[in-house]
Each structure stands twice: as C-alpha cells, then as structure tokens.
Design a protein around this ligand. Structure first.
Ligand code: 13P
Length: 287
C-alpha cells in the first residue's frame, strides 16, 4: 500500500536524517529503487515528473504499476508515490490517478497566484489523504525542458506558502537540477537557515541532489532539510553501465540482446547508487 509522505518526513526532521526522493522513469527504475530501499530498510518517495508520467503512458499506469509492484515484491518499507514539479492540472490528475503525494510547483507565478493555487490544492490533497509539497524560488537547471535560474527563495514568501498548510516546502537555495557547472557557488546555507527559521520547522526539500558534495548534503540536513531529490545521478550510472555492456560486445554474445540481460547492469547500477545515497542521508534502517 502506498502512504503519503507526511509522517516519514516528520520522523526524518525530528531524527535529523533525510528521506530520498528517487525519480522513476520506467519499470526497471521502479524495481531497482524499491529493491534498494527494501534492502536498506529505508522509507522512500518515488518521484514522477509530468514528462516521465507521459512517457509511461499516463499517471494511472504509473500508479497501477507502483502499487502492484509494492505488493508483488513484498515491499515492507513505507513508499510514497509523488508528483514532481506538478502543474495545477497535473496535480488534479494525480489525485484522481491514485498517487499518495503531490508537488505543486507554482514558483514561476507571482507569489499571490502561487499562494492562491497552492491553497486550493492543499484542500484537495488533504481531503483525499495525500501530502502536498509547494515551491518558492525556482530551482535552476533544466527539468523537462523548463529552465529555471536557481533563485534564492525569500523567507517571507516561504512563510506565506507554508502557512497555507502544505506538508513540506521546496525553497531555492542556489541548487539546480542536473549536473552542476564548474563555477557553481554551492548551497547558500545562510539563506537555508533564514528560511528554516521563518517556516515553523516544516520539513524542507532539497531539489537537484545530483552532484551536491556529501558534506553540503549533510549540512543541509542539519539545517532542516528532510527530503533530498535525486534524478540525474541514477540516469548517469544507468547509461554508463549500459554503454559498458554494449561496448564490451556482450549484447552480441549468446542471448545478450535479451532486454532482461541488456538492461540488468544499468538496473544494478541504480540499486547501488540508491544504497549509497540512503547511507549518506542517514536513512538506512529508518523504515
Ligand atoms: P537532479 O536531477 O539534479 O538529481 O534533481 C532531481 C530533482 O530535484 C527532481 O525534482
């Protein structure tokens, strides 16, 4: 059974560790992430962007696949199925489709419009038992073709959105999606501290987890971050392992072209990467 993410994040906040959000792209991804989290006894949030949802033929397919996989794999750790960077319409569609958590990303609207739409979606999500994340200060980098500049969120705006009753907050602190450029200045911990103090101890979310140095991740957790999103890093290790397999000519040996064999090294690389992140976030054994 899927659970919403509120309880796991409150426990993480109080226990000073981070819960991973691993984004999923297909069946292999989902199976690999669930395998790693079950082995590590870690709660997990499966993130689905609108683009990935569309790729998998729609949110209903995703919800059915994840729910069935949790059951048939005998997963015992808490699993939340969460819309990542949702539009207003996408949020409504995920509530309908059986997700257990949504993120409304209204960071590109004026703060008034962001607040108005967030408020409406808080009421909808909570009426159906889902948790809801909101965003202030857009995260930089490219996500599904949308380029954000990597703003530092304004603490007063963060407080305004938090007061609407959201369950966790994504606030920009210089983090960006994808691989960080060589001249990246790092996370702005003073901004994080100000945001944390202004938002009544709400669990904070760190997007763009790929490529943030380990000590910065740990410092962010100590300053109120309870959820860390990882997407690109799993894609990179999957691609690398698959490339190695093909470059070694293994797809041409015996039945090495069988997708179950061809995709196995990449899937195993995702399992290993997830385990490494779970250790780093201090989430092992917390399920
Ligand atoms: P990365 O792709 O940089 O890991 O970011 C993931 C993310 O924040 C998803 O919302």
């Amino acid at each position: 059974m899927l659970v919403n993410a509120t309880e796991m994040l409150i426990k993480a906040r109080d226990g000073h560790y981070g819960v991973p959000q691993f984004n999923i792209n297909n069946l292999e991804w989902t199976k690999a992430v669930l395998t790693a989290c079950e082995e590590m006894k870690s709660p997990v949030i499966l993130g689905v962007s609108e683009g990935a949802g569309k790729y998998m033929t729609g949110f209903k397919t995703v919800a059915a696949m994840v729910s069935s996989m949790v059951e048939t794999m005998g997963i015992t750790v808490p699993v939340a199925l969460h819309l990542d960077h949702g539009t207003y319409e996408g949020c409504k569609a995920c509530v309908e489709a059986g997700f257990s958590s949504i993120m409304f990303d209204g960071s590109h609207y004026s703060i008034e419009e962001n607040a108005e739409k967030t408020k409406e979606l808080v009421a909808l999500a909570h009426s159906k038992g889902l948790s809801i994340e909101a965003e202030v200060g857009s995260i930089g980098g490219v996500e599904d073709g949308v380029v954000g500049a990597g703003e530092i969120a304004d603490p007063a705006e963060c407080a305004k959105i938090t007061d609407l009753g959201i369950d966790f907050l994504a606030a920009g602190i210089g983090n960006i999606h994808g691989v960080y450029p060589a001249n990246w200045k790092g996370l702005d911990f003073e901004a994080l501290d100000r945001i944390h103090k202004a938002t009544n101890n709400i669990p904070l979310v760190l997007h763009g987890g790929t490529g943030i140095p380990d000590e910065m991740i740990q410092k962010a957790i100590s300053l109120g971050v309870s959820k860390i999103n990882i997407n690109t890093e799993c894609q990179l290790v999957f691609a690398e392992a698959t490339r190695k397999y093909i470059e070694a000519g293994k797809d041409q040996q015996g039945k090495g072209f069988d997708p179950r064999k061809l995709l196995a090294p990449g899937a195993q690389a995702i399992v290993d990467k997830c385990k490494e992140k779970i250790e780093l976030f201090g989430c092992a054994g917390k399920a």
